[in-house]
Ligand binder design. Structure first.
Ligand code: SF4
Ligand code: SF4
Length: 439
């Protein structure tokens, strides 16, 4: 099958254009390094890293401070040079409490020589690229945080992937960090794409970018120089979800419960490609990332911040939040997490910080009027209202049989529901109960 450009269902939240218009044109600004960073040992899917430093140790920027544990894991690196002042725990954006290392910044930005010494120029062997992705802690920066080395190592897959899908869609309202990265670092992303193609052994790559970022499309086309295809896709949420993107770019449908490899695809985010290039070419692990800070804040923008910077420091940096703020979200408004505290450090998947007023708070729900809008919006072709009805009657088997496990929790159904019913939350509950029963 060829390119189909879009998928059935999905929504067009007005905040996509309104929210993105604020920060989309703003170049990335490097944030001042904080006095202290709190670096979480679990910033990825898989086993948390095991802390390998102790209080009093002096560390270099980029030095490994947490060793990967097992095949699906990733090491963690110091994002500043300085002294370890605490080894304890912190709360990460998904609400979990995880082990963490606090480093007092000495403001010398002294890179770790052992990491720098590994940088490669020119042609690099596939095995070396995969090893560097592993050692430099490259994980998905689009939100999923899956270790990139695991995706790139296709040696045991049969059939082997033939296509690399690069996600430049950034379909969440407000968020513009990937947009700016594509405009400002297109060559680095392109280098990362070529490295990823080499490592995974695929012959072709597509970059899917929504057509509300045509400057990014142009920048990426120029950087591609014919080596891979850059495709402008209709702006529609959730275009950036793996299954939607694969379908839009290749016409292939990932079966329920399967991974992209089931349809011979490997999917990476544009930020991940830039990070892979920086690791291989510069010897730099992920010590910074771009964060969009928007909503009711003093200085909305796209900021390059150190991993481990506290949300409180970010809030201070942008002049604080407005008096009408009712909700703080880390990530985008559709898939992000509402957080009860600002004492949360930036992690690799921390793409946005939003201070939302009334627009971020759902009105009280009312009875279903059977309008069918949730069904039309669901990209997974589910009947959210039906699953929700089962959950409300505590019939979780019914909810599962109606397809709850297929739900990607994109929030489209909840967004369009005129009765403001918490459909996504209800389906998420059914999934959690089903998983609890299994374990
Ligand atoms: S949250 Fe689930 S049920 Fe609702 S639209 Fe998204 S995939 Fe469909
Ligand atoms: S969108 Fe809301 S009101 Fe309409 S059918 Fe679905 S649950 Fe009912």
């Amino acid at each position: 099958m060829g390119i189909s450009q879009t998928f059935r269902g999905g929504i067009h939240p007005k905040e996509i254009s309104n929210g993105k218009a604020v920060t989309g044109p703003l170049p990335v600004i490097e944030a001042p390094a904080p006095l202290r960073v709190t670096v979480a040992m679990s910033q990825h899917v898989g086993a948390p890293a095991a802390c390998c430093v102790k209080v009093g140790d002096v560390v270099n920027m980029g030095q490994i401070i947490g060793q990967a544990q097992g095949a699906i894991s990733a090491p963690v690196h110091a994002s500043v040079s300085g002294k370890v002042v605490s080894v304890g725990t912190c709360i990460v954006p998904n609400g979990r409490e995880v082990a963490a290392v606090v480093i007092q910044n000495d403001f010398e930005d002294r890179w770790d020589e052992a990491m720098l010494a590994q940088k490669q120029s020119g042609d690099v062997a596939p095995e070396r690229i995969i090893q560097m992705a592993r050692d430099f802690g490259i994980t998905g920066l689009g939100g999923a945080t899956f270790p990139t080395a695991v995706k790139l190592d296709t040696s045991k897959l049969d059939p082997k992937p033939d296509t690399l899908i690069i996600n430049g869609s950034e379909c969440e309202p407000y968020l513009t960090s990937d947009h700016r990265l594509m405009v400002e670092k297109a060559d680095s992303i392109a280098d990362g794409i070529m490295l990823a193609m080499k490592a995974s052994g695929v012959s072709k790559a597509f970059v899917g970018i929504e057509d509300n970022k045509m400057d990014a499309v142009e920048a990426m086309k120029k950087a591609a120089a014919g080596r891979f295809e850059v495709v402008a896709l209709p702006a529609k949420y959730p275009q950036g979800f793996e299954k939607m993107l694969i379908y839009s770019l290749t016409g292939r449908k990932v079966p329920d419960g399967a991974l992209p490899s089931a349809v011979q695809c490997v999917v990476l985010n544009v930020g991940t490609c830039a990070a892979l290039s920086e690791a291989v070419r510069e010897g730099h692990p992920i010590v910074k990332r771009v964060v969009t800070i928007s909503g009711h804040v003093g200085k909305p923008g796209n900021y390059l911040v150190r991993i481990g910077t506290s949300t409180m420091d970010l809030a201070d940096m942008v002049g604080g939040f407005g008096p009408d703020v009712r909700k703080i979200v880390i990530g985008g408004p559709m898939m992000g997490m509402t957080v009860p505290t600002l004492n949360i450090p930036v992690t690799r998947n921390y793409g946005g910080l939003l201070a939302l007023g009334d627009e971020g708070v759902a009105p009280k729900e009312s009875a279903c009027i059977r309008c069918g809008r949730c069904i039309k919006a669901c990209p997974m072709h589910l009947m959210p209202t039906r699953i929700d009805a089962f959950v409300r009657h505590s019939d979780f088997d019914g909810a599962i049989n109606a397809g709850a496990m297929t739900c990607m929790e994109c929030g489209s159904c909840t967004y369009v529901c005129p009765a403001k019913r918490e459909l996504t939350q209800s389906i998420r509950m059914a999934k959690t109960i089903a998983r609890t029963r299994k374990s």
